[in-house]
Design a binder for this molecule. Structure first.
Ligand SMILES: Nc1ncnc2c1ncn2[C@@H]1O[C@H](COP(=O)(O)OP(=O)(O)O)[C@@H](O)[C@H]1O
Ligand SMILES: [Mg+2]
Length: 289
């Protein structure tokens, strides 16, 4: 390739980014704002690479990220994809994702936190460190909490080893916002904030159907309607966890189906009997009583 021209499409294909973005779009239901942001980040990274190629200044765009949203909205799933994208673009050498929480970073006793945090950082180098429920690192009512020690070390690495490690801080939106307010140093080093919306009922149904077909099950029409009704009620209850709650509900429905078939063991079975989830398998949920 001559040094004064570059084929954007070729470069794009070479990175395999298109493949990852397409599979992100196809396999993940909903999450439109998330997909748009990821595409923007990927575009920025690719253009930055191409600028380097022409000898233009490339300002290693800050890659640390914040994923906020309720449980089961796809934060961990997207984090894994993000690690892949960063790896394909050669921003990180290994492309693995290490998920940790406060307990992995912070010790119980004086002197335990620094070695713990450093050990985790060592393992994460070359990849993505995904800190789940990151706000637990900071306890505002306790000045001597060891969490702030972990944050200090983290900050240094986020600043000085940007080429070796990408940090994603994840958790519920409100406590994360508060966490950033109390830790402006951290906030200023996180360039990309991505909000994960709750899924709508139709999106949850699509997710349910994907899960079922992966397991070689399917809803009857009545069962699908029952599940719509179930999700509409379940969504309003506490501890609703989006796609994760869908998974759990389907596990229970399969159990009910097995029980129903078992109770009628004296008749012949067809393949269809074993594949179909019926409305009664859903309607037995305590949410309907
Ligand atoms: N957009 C999506 N489409 C299909 N399945 C999804 C989607 N988002 C999440 N899931 C599934 O839901 C489950 C929970 O997602 P996860 O990424 O662990 O959520 P979070 O980290 O936000 O709690 C995972 O098993 C994942 O495969
Ligand atoms: Mg998660």
């Amino acid at each position: 390739m001559s040094k004064d021209k570059i084929n954007l499409q070729k470069e794009y294909i070479k990175t395999q980014i298109s493949k990852i973005i397409n599979s992100l779009n196809e396999e993940l239901i909903g999450l439109t704002p998330v997909k748009v942001r990821i595409r923007e980040i990927a575009a920025l990274l690719l253009i930055d690479k191409l600028r380097q190629y022409f000898g233009l200044t490339s300002t290693n765009p800050g890659l640390h990220m914040s994923f906020t949203g309720n449980p089961g909205t796809g934060k961990t799933t997207v984090g894994l994809r993000m690690a892949d994208i960063l790896f394909q673009l050669k921003y990180i050498k290994k492309g693995h994702l290490l998920t940790v929480t406060r307990d992995d970073l912070v010790g119980q006793y004086i002197g335990h936190t620094a070695p713990k945090t450093k050990e985790v950082l060592k393992k994460a180098m070359g990849g993505v460190l995904f800190i789940d429920e990151a706000y637990y690192l900071y306890k505002p009512d306790n000045e001597r909490d060891y969490g702030s020690e972990a944050i200090e070390i983290l900050l240094q690495v986020m600043e000085n080893q940007r080429d070796d490690l990408v940090v994603i801080l994840a958790g519920y939106k409100e406590p994360m916002d508060k966490f950033y307010e109390s830790n402006p140093g951290l906030s200023s080093r996180v360039a990309n904030h991505i909000d994960f919306p709750d899924f709508s009922v139709p999106e949850l149904i699509k997710i349910a159907k994907i899960i079922l077909s992966e397991q070689q099950y399917r809803f009857t029409n009545e069962a699908e309607n029952a599940f719509i009704e179930y999700l509409t009620k379940r969504r309003e209850k506490p501890l609703f966890a989006n796609a994760r709650s869908v998974k759990n509900a389907l596990d229970r429905a399969r159990m009910k189906q097995a029980n129903r078939i078992f109770d009628n063991y004296n008749r012949t079975l067809t393949k269809k009997d074993l594949v179909e989830i019926e409305a009664s398998d859903i309607l037995q949920s305590t949410i309907f009583v």
